[in-house]
Design a protein around this ligand. Structure first.
Ligand SMILES: NC(=O)C1=CN([C@@H]2O[C@H](COP(=O)(O)OP(=O)(O)OC[C@H]3O[C@@H](n4cnc5c(N)ncnc54)[C@H](O)[C@@H]3O)[C@@H](O)[C@H]2O)[C@@H](O)CC1
Ligand SMILES: Nc1ncnc2c1ncn2[C@@H]1O[C@H](COP(=O)(O)OP(=O)(O)O)[C@@H](O)[C@H]1O
Ligand SMILES: [K+]
Length: 518
């Protein structure tokens, strides 16, 4: 599924209307019908509904909802919050239809606030069709007072049409106030605000309804963002061949693990094996060799010169040259720490190999301080920052990263020709070509030290198996999130990274069995 901006949605609507020839009223009818169906499916029997309509097309959808609810036996009242003269032609059509059917349509004015409040307090459903993707700037006063009335007084289920009114479609920003919905029924494609805070917190459950826009329209008007889904990389997800041997499934080198931080490389390396890598070698500072070898049983351990403090010695990265030909991907950063000579060290690593490389944790912090290091890279680079690391990379603060997740990752990926995985709830993957993917899998259980190391290992394993980054990265992020969901067997609070590690297999199995079915 694509993830669209307001402008992209307008373009797709217009293309459908003008080039395919499906009239706008047909789309509006389907949109309103989908919302009415979501409501009637939720309730065992009809009750009382208040529909709040603006004069734009979002309001038009509201008139369609009102008509279907009324026909289905609901006591339905519509409040027009706006002016009948400024209605769009399609909205006017369905406004008239409501009137011809004898549905009660009231026009809201400040003097009716008490009456509307009573309706809100006594209705089973409130339909928010005030503002959709056409919102510009802060909500104007009349609508603002209606939105506040809904948030303060609605007792029943609040269902938002397309987006909760007051939420900006492309950014999830709420400039003044916004409806707090229990459910949002959107049309054709998800919009950014359904995933970005604070707007996403206003949506409740999001349902994407088909309104008859033919899927082929995206071929001529391709949106720049997608929701991560197996449809985008399923072809690379294969059962293992009967003739497989360890050499056919790649060799990942994981580099990191300074003193006191061996857990991170151990987790990354083991996750890589669980994600299917044939061989994993973990390179650590010499003094950490024995403790790591005692900790991990299935990965090879390789000692690089130590600085005497349990970290890599300057120049130690030259070691990679020895075994370069046998490696198929590299992951650098878990438990790396900071050390003298780190800039030259990371530069050497990048210079020595054209294998795809994942950079995580302190490798990202070295890069943030010395972005020129990137000039030395020879192969594809994948960066997996959490918001704090992203902020350091982009020279900004975490608050801006969180407020503009959709923009910060994209700018960095394009400017530096790398793939950026900006982690968090709904991880964003920004590709070097400017396109993005938003990941729907994951769980708050993953908000715990160690879960990021697993992701590094999983992506590394998929790259090591020669899956191109455009597929390996979203597949890895999806599998990691699914494993995080599966790991919640009791409560989210108690899940630890090792639990997630054990679910990498079941997550892959789920995807493989889905693959067989579809
Ligand atoms: N053919 C189409 O384009 C379709 C559009 N659909 C619906 O149409 C919506 C988009 O319709 P529109 O583009 O007419 O826009 P909206 O209905 O979202 O809003 C535009 C109207 O709101 C007013 N407005 C804008 N910003 C405001 C603010 N800050 N405070 C108060 N009033 C404000 C404007 O005066 C304008 O009349 C979608 O969200 C969707 O619900 C659906 O019916 C499907 C088909
Ligand atoms: N609330 C959440 N919902 C979904 N995924 C989450 C959530 N919190 C954290 N995660 C995921 O868990 C991982 C945490 O990684 P990171 O912050 O690097 O932690 P660490 O390096 O300490 O393991 C990321 O992949 C992130 O997307
Ligand atoms: K709305």
């Amino acid at each position: 599924m694509y993830l669209v901006t307001a402008q992209e949605m307008r373009d797709l609507d217009r293309y459908t209307i003008e080039h395919i020839g499906i009239p706008g009223v047909v789309l509006m009818e389907r949109a309103g019908l989908a919302v009415a169906q979501a409501i009637t499916e939720h309730f065992a029997q009809p009750g009382q509904a208040v529909v709040l309509s603006g004069h734009g097309n979002n309001g038009g959808d509201g008139f369609v909802v009102a008509r279907h609810l009324s026909v289905a036996g609901w006591r339905t009242t519509v409040w027009l919050v706006g002016s009948a003269e400024r209605m769009t032609a399609d909205t006017q059509t369905f406004y008239e239809a409501c009137r011809h059917l004898g549905i009660d349509v009231k026009t809201f004015g400040p003097e009716q606030a008490d009456e509307l409040r009573r309706w809100l307090e006594t209705s089973d459903v409130v339909v928010d069709a005030l503002l959709g993707t056409g919102i510009r700037g802060p909500v104007r006063p009349a609508m603002e007072s209606v939105i506040r009335l809904v948030n303060d007084h609605a007792r029943g289920r609040v269902v938002a049409v397309d987006v909760p009114s007051g939420v900006e479609t492309d950014t999830g920003r709420v400039a003044s106030v916004a409806i707090k919905a229990d459910q949002t029924v959107t049309f054709a494609y998800a919009k950014w605000c359904h995933y970005l805070r604070p707007g996403a917190e206003h949506c409740g459950e999001v349902v994407v309804a088909d309104i008859g826009i033919p899927p082929s329209v995206t071929a001529s008007r391709r949106p720049a963002a997608r929701v991560n889904h197996p449809q985008w990389w399923r072809e690379y997800l294969k059962p293992r061949s009967r003739w497989a041997h360890k050499g056919t499934h790649g060799h990942l080198l994981v580099v990191g693990g300074s003193r006191g931080m061996l857990g991170a490389v151990a987790m990354a390396g083991t996750a890589a094996l669980r994600a299917g890598a044939g061989l994993v070698t973990i390179a650590v500072p010499e003094g950490q060799h024995d403790p790591l070898a005692a900790k991990v049983t299935e990965a090879l351990v390789w000692a690089w010169p130590d600085d005497g403090q349990g970290r890599f010695a300057p120049g130690s990265a030259e070691r990679i040259g020895e075994r370069l030909n046998r490696l198929t991907a590299v992951a650098v950063g878990p438990g790396l720490g900071r050390f003298t000579g780190e800039r030259e060290w990371l530069t050497e690593l990048l210079q020595q190999t054209d294998r795809p490389m994942v950079l995580d944790a302190d490798a990202l912090n070295v890069l943030a301080d010395h972005p020129d290091i990137l000039d030395h890279r020879k192969g594809d680079l994948i960066l997996t920052p959490h918001p704090g690391e992203m902020a350091r990379l982009a020279g900004t603060d975490t608050v801006r990263v969180e407020n503009e997740r959709y923009r910060v990752a994209k700018e960095w990926a394009e400017r530096h020709d790398v793939t950026v995985v900006l982690k968090g709830t709904y991880t964003i993957i920004a590709f070097p070509d400017g396109t993005q993917m938003l990941n729907p899998t994951g769980s708050p259980a993953m908000a715990k030290a160690g879960s990021g190391d697993l992701l590094t290992g999983i992506i590394g394993a998929l790259l090591a198996q020669k899956i191109p980054p455009s597929a390996a990265v979203p597949m890895g992020v999806y599998v990691h999130g699914l494993a995080g969901e599966f790991a919640v067997t009791s409560v989210e609070h108690s899940v630890i990274a090792s639990d997630i590690l054990l679910q990498v297999g079941p997550a892959i199995r789920r995807l493989l069995s889905d693959r067989v079915r579809t």
